[in-house]
Design a binder for this molecule. Structure first.
Ligand code: SAH
Ligand code: SF4
Ligand code: F3S
Length: 476
């Protein structure tokens, strides 16, 4: 792990899998227990909530202990080689549970399932069922096939599936913050990236179903939603009508619709693509107090030649201009990023351009990775993965060290100020403290005050900070 620990968890692809606990009771029990564990980005975690909903409707109960499960699902990520390795190691740990309970069904879902397809069944004898991200409605049927003695695969990708009508079961929820998928797939072809192959074509979800999900969450007590997509700025939905299509809803329009659900519902979103983020979106953010002033804007590299090889379709100047626009239109906006070090043929000078870009932006937070070649991607086909591993790692360390300084610098600018904080729960370290985040997504810890509860907004004065957290007290 090369990440600086922080609260910005909505985009943490390298996160460990977690056992998930269901909140609602199944309609009719079938006497079988489901255990589901997720890896990868927040979209995968969000998909697990759809999977849980589908299986709950067909009668499954859930368990937090895989050893007592009848069905184990592992929702997988392919983004880097180590993400896949982690899944394979985890599968090995399920072997003894399956040996004790031969009727147990082990399923691999998500991006690795899509990438490897039926090859997975050859490579991992333990696995009974392989299901890609667009085929989850078929899960009850596929489990039935396994029950009848076959092994089952459905990795069909769809141009339409958005699971818009499925009401996700909130898993491991704090009851205050939730994720809403607004689109699926990706139509960009960043040369390093496996996502277009594992998630298929980009499609946007009907805005009415998104607004309804936000309203339902608000009525259930939730106070923050994060709208999720690989490139939210290219969100576009036009409802078909008898005589053509209604005017399209773009991302700025959608943001506004969700912000209008209730002023007490905070709205966040991820991920913004530098080529697509518009001033219209920035002005909408400025217009609504409940749209959090925080943008995740992955740069990947600060050098224009490398960006071109990466097929990111913007250059250094374009990215700078977008950052300038953010600073101009939303002066108090937090910005985070993703960086890849050691991409094919990256020189030392080009790496320095990434560092200087970091100095220019001073990100609040960054997810930083050494380049990992993924089979089938444009880069794997076209370019040699020629930066030696130790050079990639050394450059990564330089990027991580710089980011550590900037994260601290940014936090220090929040010290001595009062922040609006949504109480998310008790702090991990002490049940005498609450934790929550400010508008810019910084984690804030402050003493419990009996007058306020989880889900309330409070004004917190930040007295000081550690490397990743603001520490303060409630002020009236
Ligand atoms: N849709 C998002 C990225 C999703 S993947 C975007 O376009 O910004 C999350 C991050 O993983 C990427 O931003 C990138 O920094 C990293 N990543 C993707 N493929 C990678 C690879 N092959 N090696 C290393 N890091 C990679
Ligand atoms: Fe991958 Fe690029 Fe799509 Fe992001 S925009 S998911 S990096 S192809
Ligand atoms: Fe991983 Fe798939 Fe997300 S590859 S990062 S789980 S879209």
């Amino acid at each position: 792990m090369f990440e600086i620990p922080t609260s910005a968890k909505q985009h943490d692809e390298s996160r460990q899998g977690e056992a998930l606990l269901l909140e609602k009771d199944p309609k009719k029990h079938n006497g079988r227990k489901l255990y589901i564990e997720s890896y990868g980005c927040q979209m995968n975690f969000s998909d697990s909530e759809i999977v849980a909903s589908i299986l709950l409707d067909s009668g499954f109960e859930t368990t937090r202990d895989y050893k007592e499960a009848d069905v184990i699902f592992i929702n997988t990520c392919s983004i880097r080689e180590n993400a896949e390795q982690r899944v394979r190691n985890r599968l090995k740990e399920f072997e003894s549970a399956k040996a004790k309970n031969p009727g147990m069904v082990v399923g691999v879902l998500g991006c690795m399932a899509e990438r490897l397809k039926s090859k997975f069944l050859e490579e991992e004898k333990l696995v009974d069922v392989v299901v890609g991200p667009d085929a989850y409605r078929d899960l009850p049927n596929l489990i039935e096939k396994v029950d009848e003695g076959s092994r089952a695969v459905n990795v069909l990708l769809s141009r339409e599936e958005t699971y818009a009508d499925i009401s996700p079961v909130r898993l491991n929820s704090n009851g205050v913050t939730a994720f809403i998928s607004i689109m699926r797939g990706c139509d960009n072809m960043c040369s390093f990236c496996v996502v277009p192959f594992t998630r298929g074509r980009e499609r946007s979800r009907d805005p009415q179903s998104i607004v309804k999900e936000a309203q339902d969450l608000f009525h259930a007590g939730y106070r923050e939603v994060t709208l999720l997509g690989q490139n939210v700025d290219s969100y576009k939905y036009a409802a078909p009508t008898a005589d053509g299509e209604e005017p399209a809803v773009n991302f700025a329009n959608l943001l506004e619709l969700v912000a209008q659900v209730n002023p007490l519902l905070r709205v966040r979103f991820s991920t913004s693509h530098p080529k697509d983020i518009t001033d219209e979106v920035l002005h909408t953010m400025g217009k609504y107090e409940n749209i959090c002033k925080y943008i995740h804007l992955p740069i990947q590299s600060g050098n224009s030649r490398v960006l071109n090889l990466m097929n990111r379709t913007y250059d250094r100047e374009w990215y700078k201009e977008r950052v300038d626009a953010i600073r101009r239109i939303i002066p108090n906006c937090g910005i985070s990023t993703d960086v890849i070090t050691g991409f094919c043929s990256e020189t030392e000078e080009e790496h320095q351009d990434t560092l200087s870009m970091m100095d220019y932006v001073k990100y609040d937070y960054a997810y930083m990775f050494a380049y990992s070649e993924r089979p089938g991607t444009l880069a794997a086909k076209r370019y040699a993965d020629d930066v030696p591993e130790e050079v990639k790692k050394r450059r990564l360390t330089e990027v991580v060290n710089k980011q550590r300084e900037h994260s601290l610098e940014r936090l220090q600018t929040y010290v001595g100020k009062t922040h609006s904080v949504l109480i998310e729960g008790l702090s991990k370290r002490s049940d005498k403290d609450y934790c929550g985040r400010n508008d810019q997504n910084a984690m804030v810890v402050f003493p419990v005050d009996e007058r306020y509860h989880v889900g309330d907004y409070v004004k917190v004065y930040a007295d000081r900070c550690t490397s990743a957290t603001l520490i303060g007290r409630i002020v009236d």
